[in-house]
Ligand binder design. Structure first.
Ligand SMILES: Nc1nc2c(c(=O)[nH]1)N[C@H]1C(S)=C(S)[C@@H](COP(=O)(O)O)O[C@H]1N2
Ligand SMILES: [Mo]
Length: 308
């Protein structure tokens, strides 16, 4: 486990720091990855998962931080990069309550000091049929849940984003039912693929990506990955997530990436990789976003076209 936050960051771009580091470590494709970055994404990426990581070439730092969904700052893809600078992320704490043995307010610094910060290159797919490859830094959510002590009766986890309309201009309008809420079943939350991200490209998480702490669940659609989390509640009953509450015909609780179950407005069979350009061929969407071996067992016996 590498402590990515201790990486020096000076005048080089995050991609340079990151790619050099991976080449040094002899990580995925090593120098091949460096050579490939210039001519990225004209072809459909070769898809493979090694350990936790996809071997696809990551999107650039610029792509990942300028094409975002974060409705607290507006509904345009460029709004978060433009307006999220106003968010104060220090001090920050996360309230953990409900069915836990050590409920309370956990300061971010205290949390980070106890977590193993790791690096994960995940494919990330939005229900709107675009995708990216993102090198996250973060820790496994289960570590944080274990810190609070999950009681045996807990079956679900509910997450809540900060509500602070004076810094989040989108919250002054009733675009969504604020604050943004998401949920996972406990076994999904405890899965080693499920992380709380604290950075990307070895750099502190930019506000537009959900600073200082956001969920990432790589086999689910992007909207499950709730940003700027301030509250985590362990529950016995399934929490009501914002998007399902607004439109349950279009958005379910599970929201697993699944090419067999179309959304009424966007195909789920294929996706457009951000940065590939308008002429780049679409990529076939893969069930559970490529993590079928790791997560299919969680849904054994469920009808995924009903529980979408
Ligand atoms: N609080 C909050 N979290 C959110 C959203 C949001 O509007 N508000 N948008 C979701 C959606 S729809 C997507 S696709 C991802 C986008 O994450 P990214 O901008 O880091 O790529 O964040 C998710 N988390
Ligand atoms: Mo999304």
């Amino acid at each position: 486990m590498s402590k990515m936050h201790s990486l020096p960051y000076s005048t080089v771009t995050p991609e340079q720091t990151y790619l050099n580091r991976r080449a040094l470590l002899g990580g995925i494709a090593g120098a091949g990855l460096l050579a490939a970055t210039g001519a990225r994404a004209q072809e459909v990426p070769e898809f493979q998962i090694k350990g936790f990581d996809t071997t696809e070439t990551p999107n650039s730092f610029k792509e990942i931080t300028t094409y975002n969904n974060f409705y607290e700052f507006g509904t345009g893809k460029e709004d978060p990069a433009r307006y999220a600078g106003s968010l104060t992320t220090d001090p920050w704490s996360v309230e953990i309550d409900g069915l836990v043995s050590r409920p309370g307010s956990y300061g971010l610094g205290d949390i980070l000091a106890k977590m193993d910060i790791d690096e994960r290159i995940y494919r990330f797919r939005c229900v709107e049929a675009w995708s990216m490859v993102i090198p996250w830094n973060g820790f496994e959510l289960r570590q944080l849940l274990e810190l609070a002590g999950v009681e045996p009766s807990a079956k679900y986890v509910r997450f809540e984003t900060l509500y602070r309309p004076e810094e989040m201009p989108g919250q002054k309008r009733a675009i969504l039912d604020w604050p943004y809420v998401e949920g996972l079943r406990l076994d999904e939350a405890m899965h080693p693929l499920t992380i709380m991200a604290t950075g990307l490209y070895g750099k502190t998480l930019p506000n537009q990506n959900g600073a200082p702490l956001r969920l990432v669940v790589p086999w689910k659609y992007g909207f499950k990955s709730i940003k700027s989390v301030v509250k985590i509640t362990l529950m016995e009953t399934q929490p009501v997530n914002t998007w399902k509450a607004i439109n349950h015909r279009e958005y379910g609780f599970y929201s697993n990436v699944n090419p067999e179950v179309d959304h009424p407005r966007w195909t789920q069979a294929s996706e457009r990789r951000i940065g590939g350009g308008v002429f780049a061929p679409r990529i076939a969407t893969i069930k559970f976003n490529g993590y079928e071996d790791q997560v299919a067992s969680l849904y054994k016996g469920m009808n995924l076209s009903k529980e979408y």
